[in-house]
Design a protein around this ligand. Structure first.
Ligand code: FE2
Ligand code: FE2
Length: 482
């Protein structure tokens, strides 16, 4: 039986027995100062001396895996935690189906694995960089705490990926680990690897949309990598998923609280028409049509993260057994997909046509479909809130071909309802589809910090429940500006 206790007395907390793995420990200790410098330079702007009521993972048991306490962010114990090893785990898909999962990297898959790990790793610090100014405009201490919780955990996810690179990829891995701290979200010379991670997150509605939609893409990728035949990667991702659930909650619930506050204020003011934009904005809340435009934007940006609908890379990774499908082991088919097909949409002569693609080539599409299903659960919840106020409005996910930059729909003008339209019509209506400068400026004008215990900004409702069962007057962040 392997020792799964978390070592907290070492510089780098871990449950992989680093004290007996001197070489990797040394490599990580050498990487550590660069990480801390990066955190200070590009992590949260300000609040580094504040005491934040954070959750820290202390064990990998399902029950009682985390404890809550006040921590200064730079003293948060970033560490390497892998979910417990499943004895005799087998490779769940591809040509090695049924073989014992690999504990070391098979030579022929080394570069493919390295690329997958680096791409995943790159998103973790990227999101922290994107969100670094948000602390300054937090609508409450509760929200500020949630932001910082997400940030420190994304930092830990970076540690987890860097561990894999340092342990299994030798000097290449070391170099990649350094590159992860060198690339920068939005940088001209060395941007982050994926488009959505170079966008700015200028306001809190954007943050909630990001954690709802873009973090959820991360969740789907982690689910697929959790199926990897390379067991250390699977275990890393499985543990990251336990933390990720909170990020989805922050996003989905954040959007819901914004919607709720808008509806409450409309009701109080006797406004029933959600399109009375200026009257609604006079109430200091965000009108529902603008929220819908934010959904259109963030959902479409996130769909691009799944890559092309038809992809040989995706097929190769699956066949190699290094990336599975969402909940691969629960699917009832041959897990090889050599002769199967999968329905996809494709642009042909400026028309959207349904087609059957080889299932192996359509794996990105399939993961994206699973993502859309997962996202629509949140949308249902938002609509339940609107309905409870008897306001005639429904939020919805735009058509998957809307506003796309990657894949079959790139360079085509399709409206949120899924109709192919002319470039002229697109231009004319763009401010109905996506947030206009005016919308964005209005949202930004609302971003005034609220630091009083138990108080919330005008545009967002308090949560139904506190973190760690705390009451409404709990001081989630003890602020020391710095
Ligand atoms: Fe993450
Ligand atoms: Fe996340």
């Amino acid at each position: 039986m392997e020792n799964m206790n978390v070592e907290y007395d070492t510089l780098i907390p871990n449950n992989v027995n680093l004290s007996n793995d001197k070489k990797v420990l040394k490599a990580l200790e050498r990487w550590h100062p660069g990480y801390i410098n990066w955190w200070h330079d590009l992590g949260p702007n300000g609040f580094q001396k504040s005491l934040v009521y954070l959750r820290t993972a202390i064990s990998v048991d399902r029950e009682g895996w985390a404890k809550f306490d006040y921590v200064k962010m730079p003293e948060y114990r970033w560490g390497i935690l892998l979910a417990p090893k499943k004895e005799n785990r087998i490779i769940p898909c591809g040509e090695h189906l049924g073989e014992l999962a690999w504990q070391e990297i098979p030579g022929e898959y080394r570069s493919m694995l390295r690329r997958l790990i680096v791409i995943q790793g790159d998103t973790e610090p990227a999101s922290i960089e994107q969100q670094r100014h948000l602390g300054k405009t937090a609508p409450s201490l509760y929200d500020m705490r949630n932001l910082f919780q997400v940030n420190v955990e994304e930092g830990r996810h970076l540690w987890a990926m860097v561990y894999l690179l340092q342990k299994y990829f030798g000097s290449d891995g070391r170099e990649e680990a350094n590159e992860l701290l060198r690339r920068q979200s939005g940088s001209e010379d060395s941007p982050r690897m994926l488009g959505a991670f170079n966008e700015t997150t200028p306001d809190w509605l954007s943050f909630f949309m990001f954690t709802s939609f873009t973090d959820r893409d991360g969740k789907m990728q982690l689910e697929a990598l959790a199926q990897s035949g390379f067991d250390p990667l699977s275990r890393t991702c499985r543990f990251m998923l336990t933390e990720e659930a909170h990020h989805m909650f922050v996003g989905e619930n954040g959007v819901r609280r914004v919607i709720k506050k808008t509806c409450e204020e409309m009701l109080k003011a006797g406004i029933t028409d959600p399109y009375e934009i200026s009257k609604i904005r006079d109430l200091g809340v965000i009108d529902l049509p603008t929220i819908q435009k934010k959904i259109n934007l963030h959902f479409s940006l996130s769909l691009d993260l799944f890559g092309s609908e038809v992809s040989t890379n995706a097929a190769n990774a699956f066949t190699a057994g290094i990336k599975g499908r969402f909940w691969e082991t629960k699917l009832k088919d041959d897990h090889k997909l050599v002769n199967d097909t999968y329905p996809i949409l494709e642009m042909e002569n400026n028309k959207i046509v349904k087609k059957k693609a080889p299932a192996l080539l359509a794996l990105n599409m399939r993961l994206r479909d699973d993502y859309v299903k997962d996202s629509s659960v949140g949308v249902k919840r938002w609509n339940r809130t609107i309905k409870s106020f008897k306001i005639d409005f429904e939020t919805k996910l735009p058509f998957e071909g809307f506003n796309r930059k990657i894949g079959t729909f790139a360079d085509t003008n399709i409206n949120p309802d899924g109709q192919v339209i002319s470039a002229i019509s697109w231009k004319k209506n763009i401010n109905e589809y996506l947030p206009s400068d005016e919308d964005n400026n209005y949202i930004i004008s609302l971003m005034k910090p609220v630091h009083e215990v138990g108080k919330f900004a005008s545009w967002i409702a308090p949560p139904d429940e506190g973190i760690d069962n705390k009451q409404g007057d709990f001081e989630y962040v003890k602020i020391h500006e710095a």
